[in-house]
Ligand binder design. Structure first.
Ligand SMILES: [Zn+2]
Length: 387
């Protein structure tokens, strides 16, 4: 497997776990007698990723294989009943009735037709012209082409749900496929991803579950992993159809947006300076409470020239100095020796406890303020002087 990489995590740490010297090149297309002379066996080699556990085959299907592909089980009653139950549970859970659904690799459109019958507006997708024709015969709205990055850019953000049943195991780049499906969804949109269960093969020694059409073999865990790494929340993964399938219910999530944090970081120096200037304008002095991570970082970003001193209740820190701001950490008893009018708390997780200690233990009667995002907010006003 030299040079090969994991299809999911791109690790080169692949270990060969299966080798069949004689396998069919594909399993979908049966041959006519006059094609036999050109047919021959291929080797099948499956590898497992040492990094993420993904099991995969190298891609060796001829280009355009799926453009003439139609794999259908919809004639079987058991399959029809299963699909109805599956559609109904999925639509109920995510409250999708009346919603717009994109089905990727919809085959003959059986599942799309069920979704439509249950009240959804469905766009049925297939790269195979033969399959698209079958969908159109059912009166479905269809779109051709493979689900790859940007393939359906005009439709991004317009669907309440996406479905891909028995598709992900075929695609050469599952990350790319899932990212495009995610982009098709509105924020918070739902997804149904169904694949053959690798557990079913493992539990029953099913060597015949491996063939060149299926490039990836997912357990519940590796299916959840590929969904998660493409910014889906995994609502559940369950075995379905007598254990044959792993079915993931997923929801689009957004990448963390740090814009507000960026602006808070840009604001803190100004806000801190203004707070201390306003105190100084009233001839008031201020100390800081908190030499933990949050305090040390904040103090490094602001001008501490007019801070009276820094206190912390942790004796291990006393007598030592903060990096960058170079303030010595003093015990809270300093408040009695050298009173200030205001204490600014940076140890946010303990701010209630510190406020209480300030009032009750150290008899502090001044103003208590607190670091909050990019600003300093007043927590408790000065206690009125006892009359
Ligand atoms: Zn991997």
């Amino acid at each position: 497997m030299s040079g090969a990489k994991c299809r999911i995590c791109r690790s080169s740490d692949l270990v060969e776990v299966l080798h069949y010297p004689r396998a069919p090149r594909n399993i979908e297309r049966l041959l006519n007698a006059d094609e036999l002379a050109r047919d021959g066996a291929v080797e099948l080699r499956a590898a497992r990723c040492g990094n993420c556990g993904h099991v995969q085959l190298p891609e060796q299907l001829q280009a355009g294989y799926y453009e003439d592909y139609l794999m259908s089980h919809s004639h079987a009653k058991k399959m029809q009943d299963f699909q109805r139950r599956q559609a109904s549970e999925f639509l109920d859970h995510f409250q999708l009735k009346g919603g717009r659904v994109f089905e990727a690799g919809c085959g003959d459109g059986q599942f799309s037709a069920i979704l439509r019958e249950m009240g959804c507006e469905v766009l049925a997708n297939e790269p195979s012209a033969k399959a698209l024709a079958a969908c159109q015969a059912k009166g479905l709205e269809t779109i051709g082409g493979y689900v790859t990055a940007g393939a359906f850019g005009d439709l991004h953000g317009t669907f309440d749900a996406v479905a891909a049943r028995q598709v992900l195991e075929h695609v050469p780049d599952p990350n790319d496929f899932l990212r495009e499906l995610r982009n098709l969804l509105k924020p918070g949109g739902a997804g149904l991803i169904e694949v053959p269960s690798l557990e079913q093969a493992l539990e029953n020694d099913r060597f015949f579950d491996f063939f060149p059409d299926h490039l990836s073999y997912f357990t519940a865990t590796t299916l959840a992993h590929v969904c998660t790494r493409n910014l889906f929340e995994v609502v559940q993964v369950r075995r379905a159809m007598d254990g044959e399938y792993n079915e993931a219910w997923i929801r689009r999530t957004e990448a963390p947006d740090l814009a507000a944090i960026r602006s808070a970081a840009a604001d803190i120096a100004g806000a801190f300076g203004e707070f201390l200037s306003a105190e100084a304008a009233q001839s008031r002095t201020a100390a800081i409470w908190g030499a933990g991570a949050k305090g040390v970082l904040t103090l490094a970003m602001v001008d501490t020239a007019s801070v009276a001193y820094l206190i912390d209740s942790d004796p291990v820190k006393h007598g030592r100095c903060t990096p960058v701001s170079h303030l010595e950490v003093l015990p809270p008893q300093k408040l009695a020796e050298s009173p200030v009018n205001t204490v600014i708390i940076t140890a946010l997780a303990y701010k209630d406890e510190i406020s209480r200690d300030l009032r009750q233990r150290y008899n502090f009667t001044g103003k208590i303020a607190c670091l909050s995002g990019g600003s300093i907010v007043e927590l408790e006003p000065d206690e009125p002087a006892p009359s």
